[in-house]
Design a protein around this ligand. Sequence first.
Ligand SMILES: [Zn+2]
Length: 248
Amino acid sequence: MSGGLSGSTSSARYSRVPILCFHNLNGQGRYSMSSPAFRHFMRRLKEEQIQVIKLETLVEHSKKMQPMEYPSVVITVDDDYEGAVRIAAPILREFDYPATFFVYTKGISDNPVEGMSWDDLRRLLSEGFDIQNHSHSHTIFHVPRAGENPMGYQKRLDMEVDTSREILEKNLMGHKIRFFAYPMGYHSPVLRERVFRSGYELVVTTDARPVDLTRPFTGSFDRRTLEHEGGIAEQIFDQAVLIAKKPM
Ligand SMILES: [Zn+2]
Protein backbone atom coordinates (compact mmCIF):
# COMPACT_ATOMS: atom_id res chain seq x y z
CA MET A 1 0.00 0.00 0.00
CA SER A 2 1.34 3.40 -0.86
CA GLY A 3 -1.44 5.95 -0.77
CA GLY A 4 0.92 7.85 -3.05
CA LEU A 5 0.30 10.56 -5.56
CA SER A 6 1.43 10.97 -9.11
CA GLY A 7 1.61 13.75 -11.63
CA SER A 8 3.08 16.48 -9.47
CA THR A 9 6.37 17.98 -10.58
CA SER A 10 6.60 20.54 -7.83
CA SER A 11 9.97 20.94 -6.14
CA ALA A 12 8.40 22.10 -2.88
CA ARG A 13 9.18 20.13 0.25
CA TYR A 14 7.01 19.58 3.30
CA SER A 15 8.50 19.32 6.75
CA ARG A 16 5.50 18.97 9.04
CA VAL A 17 3.54 15.74 9.11
CA PRO A 18 0.45 15.34 11.29
CA ILE A 19 -0.29 11.89 12.70
CA LEU A 20 -4.04 11.41 12.90
CA CYS A 21 -5.43 9.28 15.73
CA PHE A 22 -8.81 7.54 15.39
CA HIS A 23 -10.63 5.40 17.93
CA ASN A 24 -14.00 3.71 17.75
CA LEU A 25 -16.15 4.04 14.63
CA ASN A 26 -19.66 3.41 15.91
CA GLY A 27 -20.35 7.13 16.22
CA GLN A 28 -20.99 6.98 19.96
CA GLY A 29 -18.97 8.99 22.43
CA ARG A 30 -16.44 11.77 22.41
CA TYR A 31 -13.69 9.93 20.52
CA SER A 32 -15.83 7.85 18.24
CA MET A 33 -16.91 8.80 14.76
CA SER A 34 -19.41 7.21 12.42
CA SER A 35 -18.43 5.14 9.44
CA PRO A 36 -19.64 7.84 6.96
CA ALA A 37 -17.61 10.46 8.84
CA PHE A 38 -14.48 8.31 8.67
CA ARG A 39 -14.99 7.77 4.94
CA HIS A 40 -15.53 11.51 4.50
CA PHE A 41 -12.14 12.28 6.06
CA MET A 42 -10.41 9.61 3.98
CA ARG A 43 -11.97 11.10 0.83
CA ARG A 44 -10.89 14.58 1.86
CA LEU A 45 -7.27 13.47 2.11
CA LYS A 46 -7.52 12.35 -1.49
CA GLU A 47 -9.24 15.58 -2.59
CA GLU A 48 -6.60 17.64 -0.80
CA GLN A 49 -3.89 15.57 -2.54
CA ILE A 50 -2.34 14.53 0.71
CA GLN A 51 -0.53 11.22 0.67
CA VAL A 52 -0.90 8.78 3.53
CA ILE A 53 2.43 7.30 4.56
CA LYS A 54 3.31 4.49 6.94
CA LEU A 55 4.38 5.39 10.46
CA GLU A 56 7.68 3.59 9.87
CA THR A 57 8.28 5.77 6.78
CA LEU A 58 7.86 8.86 8.92
CA VAL A 59 10.33 7.42 11.45
CA GLU A 60 12.88 6.90 8.65
CA HIS A 61 12.41 10.45 7.35
CA SER A 62 12.62 11.85 10.87
CA LYS A 63 15.87 10.00 11.63
CA LYS A 64 17.40 11.45 8.44
CA MET A 65 15.68 14.84 8.90
CA GLN A 66 14.49 14.39 5.34
CA PRO A 67 11.38 16.39 4.38
CA MET A 68 8.55 14.90 2.33
CA GLU A 69 8.12 15.46 -1.40
CA TYR A 70 4.34 15.67 -1.02
CA PRO A 71 2.00 16.83 1.74
CA SER A 72 1.68 13.80 4.01
CA VAL A 73 -0.16 12.44 7.01
CA VAL A 74 0.01 9.19 8.98
CA ILE A 75 -3.14 7.36 10.09
CA THR A 76 -3.30 5.49 13.41
CA VAL A 77 -6.26 3.68 14.98
CA ASP A 78 -6.20 3.02 18.72
CA ASP A 79 -7.70 0.35 20.99
CA ASP A 80 -9.41 -2.99 20.43
CA TYR A 81 -12.71 -1.90 18.96
CA GLU A 82 -14.41 -4.20 16.53
CA GLY A 83 -14.99 -1.13 14.36
CA ALA A 84 -11.24 -0.90 13.74
CA VAL A 85 -11.27 -4.18 11.83
CA ARG A 86 -14.85 -4.15 10.51
CA ILE A 87 -15.17 -0.47 9.55
CA ALA A 88 -11.82 1.34 9.47
CA ALA A 89 -9.75 -1.35 7.73
CA PRO A 90 -12.16 -1.91 4.78
CA ILE A 91 -12.46 1.85 4.17
CA LEU A 92 -8.68 2.28 4.39
CA ARG A 93 -8.28 -0.55 1.87
CA GLU A 94 -10.70 1.17 -0.52
CA PHE A 95 -8.44 4.21 -0.54
CA ASP A 96 -5.24 2.14 -0.49
CA TYR A 97 -4.07 3.95 2.65
CA PRO A 98 -1.66 2.36 5.12
CA ALA A 99 -2.34 2.61 8.86
CA THR A 100 -0.95 1.50 12.19
CA PHE A 101 -3.35 -0.11 14.66
CA PHE A 102 -2.30 0.32 18.30
CA VAL A 103 -3.90 -2.50 20.29
CA TYR A 104 -3.76 -3.62 23.92
CA THR A 105 -3.43 -7.29 24.58
CA LYS A 106 -5.68 -7.96 27.55
CA GLY A 107 -8.92 -8.19 25.59
CA ILE A 108 -7.65 -9.98 22.48
CA SER A 109 -8.32 -13.69 22.24
CA ASP A 110 -9.23 -16.36 19.70
CA ASN A 111 -12.92 -15.93 20.45
CA PRO A 112 -13.55 -12.52 21.99
CA VAL A 113 -17.01 -11.61 23.25
CA GLU A 114 -16.46 -8.16 21.77
CA GLY A 115 -13.54 -6.36 20.19
CA MET A 116 -10.97 -8.04 17.98
CA SER A 117 -9.58 -11.55 17.68
CA TRP A 118 -6.07 -12.74 16.87
CA ASP A 119 -7.40 -13.82 13.46
CA ASP A 120 -8.59 -10.27 12.87
CA LEU A 121 -5.14 -8.92 13.65
CA ARG A 122 -3.36 -11.51 11.52
CA ARG A 123 -5.67 -10.56 8.64
CA LEU A 124 -4.83 -6.87 9.09
CA LEU A 125 -1.13 -7.74 8.87
CA SER A 126 -1.67 -9.86 5.76
CA GLU A 127 -3.45 -6.90 4.18
CA GLY A 128 -0.37 -4.76 4.71
CA PHE A 129 -1.45 -2.86 7.80
CA ASP A 130 0.85 -2.37 10.76
CA ILE A 131 0.07 -3.41 14.34
CA GLN A 132 1.88 -1.96 17.33
CA ASN A 133 1.64 -1.95 21.11
CA HIS A 134 -0.80 0.02 23.24
CA SER A 135 0.01 -1.85 26.53
CA HIS A 136 -1.60 -4.88 28.14
CA SER A 137 -4.41 -3.46 30.26
CA HIS A 138 -4.89 0.08 28.91
CA THR A 139 -4.82 1.46 32.47
CA ILE A 140 -2.89 4.35 34.00
CA PHE A 141 0.73 3.38 34.72
CA HIS A 142 2.86 6.44 34.00
CA VAL A 143 3.14 6.88 37.78
CA PRO A 144 2.77 4.38 40.66
CA ARG A 145 -0.62 3.98 42.29
CA ALA A 146 -1.08 5.62 45.70
CA GLY A 147 0.74 3.40 48.19
CA GLU A 148 2.10 1.05 45.51
CA ASN A 149 5.54 -0.28 46.42
CA PRO A 150 8.39 0.12 43.90
CA MET A 151 8.62 -3.63 43.23
CA GLY A 152 4.93 -3.88 42.54
CA TYR A 153 5.10 -0.91 40.20
CA GLN A 154 8.06 -2.39 38.32
CA LYS A 155 6.16 -5.66 37.90
CA ARG A 156 3.22 -3.76 36.51
CA LEU A 157 5.46 -1.92 34.05
CA ASP A 158 7.02 -5.24 32.99
CA MET A 159 3.55 -6.51 32.14
CA GLU A 160 2.40 -3.36 30.33
CA VAL A 161 5.59 -2.73 28.36
CA ASP A 162 7.32 -6.11 27.88
CA THR A 163 4.85 -8.96 28.35
CA SER A 164 2.32 -7.24 26.09
CA ARG A 165 4.95 -7.09 23.35
CA GLU A 166 5.78 -10.78 23.82
CA ILE A 167 2.07 -11.66 23.56
CA LEU A 168 1.73 -9.64 20.35
CA GLU A 169 4.85 -11.04 18.72
CA LYS A 170 3.94 -14.62 19.66
CA ASN A 171 0.39 -14.38 18.29
CA LEU A 172 1.39 -12.35 15.23
CA MET A 173 3.95 -14.81 13.91
CA GLY A 174 6.96 -12.79 14.96
CA HIS A 175 5.72 -9.47 13.60
CA LYS A 176 8.14 -6.92 15.08
CA ILE A 177 6.72 -4.60 17.73
CA ARG A 178 8.76 -1.38 17.64
CA PHE A 179 6.33 1.36 18.65
CA PHE A 180 4.42 2.03 21.87
CA ALA A 181 1.36 4.27 22.27
CA TYR A 182 0.72 5.57 25.79
CA PRO A 183 -2.80 4.61 26.99
CA MET A 184 -4.97 7.72 27.15
CA GLY A 185 -1.81 9.67 26.37
CA TYR A 186 -0.54 9.61 29.97
CA HIS A 187 3.24 9.76 30.04
CA SER A 188 6.08 10.57 32.42
CA PRO A 189 9.89 10.63 32.23
CA VAL A 190 9.93 7.33 34.18
CA LEU A 191 7.64 5.57 31.73
CA ARG A 192 9.40 7.01 28.71
CA GLU A 193 12.77 5.80 30.01
CA ARG A 194 11.27 2.37 30.76
CA VAL A 195 9.85 2.03 27.24
CA PHE A 196 13.15 2.93 25.57
CA ARG A 197 15.09 0.62 27.91
CA SER A 198 12.89 -2.17 26.57
CA GLY A 199 14.14 -1.43 23.07
CA TYR A 200 11.18 0.39 21.54
CA GLU A 201 12.16 2.80 18.78
CA LEU A 202 9.28 5.19 19.19
CA VAL A 203 6.61 6.28 21.65
CA VAL A 204 3.52 8.10 20.49
CA THR A 205 1.49 10.55 22.55
CA THR A 206 -1.78 12.37 22.00
CA ASP A 207 -0.26 15.84 22.41
CA ALA A 208 -1.31 16.99 18.92
CA ARG A 209 1.88 18.63 17.64
CA PRO A 210 2.80 17.63 14.08
CA VAL A 211 6.09 15.83 13.47
CA ASP A 212 8.68 18.39 12.34
CA LEU A 213 11.22 16.91 9.95
CA THR A 214 13.59 19.87 10.37
CA ARG A 215 14.24 18.75 13.95
CA PRO A 216 16.29 15.76 15.12
CA PHE A 217 14.46 12.51 15.88
CA THR A 218 13.71 12.28 19.61
CA GLY A 219 12.00 8.88 19.72
CA SER A 220 8.65 10.52 20.45
CA PHE A 221 5.92 11.59 18.04
CA ASP A 222 2.73 13.44 18.95
CA ARG A 223 -0.61 12.59 17.38
CA ARG A 224 -3.75 14.55 16.70
CA THR A 225 -6.90 12.90 18.08
CA LEU A 226 -10.00 13.53 15.99
CA GLU A 227 -12.57 14.21 18.69
CA HIS A 228 -15.98 13.93 17.17
CA GLU A 229 -18.23 15.38 19.83
CA GLY A 230 -19.47 18.90 19.13
CA GLY A 231 -18.50 18.60 15.48
CA ILE A 232 -14.93 19.66 16.14
CA ALA A 233 -13.36 16.75 14.22
CA GLU A 234 -13.75 18.76 11.02
CA GLN A 235 -11.84 21.72 12.53
CA ILE A 236 -9.10 19.45 13.83
CA PHE A 237 -8.89 17.82 10.43
CA ASP A 238 -8.77 21.20 8.63
CA GLN A 239 -5.83 22.25 10.82
CA ALA A 240 -4.00 19.03 10.00
CA VAL A 241 -4.60 19.61 6.27
CA LEU A 242 -3.20 23.15 6.48
CA ILE A 243 -0.13 21.96 8.37
CA ALA A 244 0.54 19.08 5.97
CA LYS A 245 0.17 21.29 2.87
CA LYS A 246 2.33 24.17 4.03
CA PRO A 247 5.61 24.07 2.06
CA MET A 248 8.92 24.64 3.87
ZN1 LIG B 1 -6.26 3.88 23.85
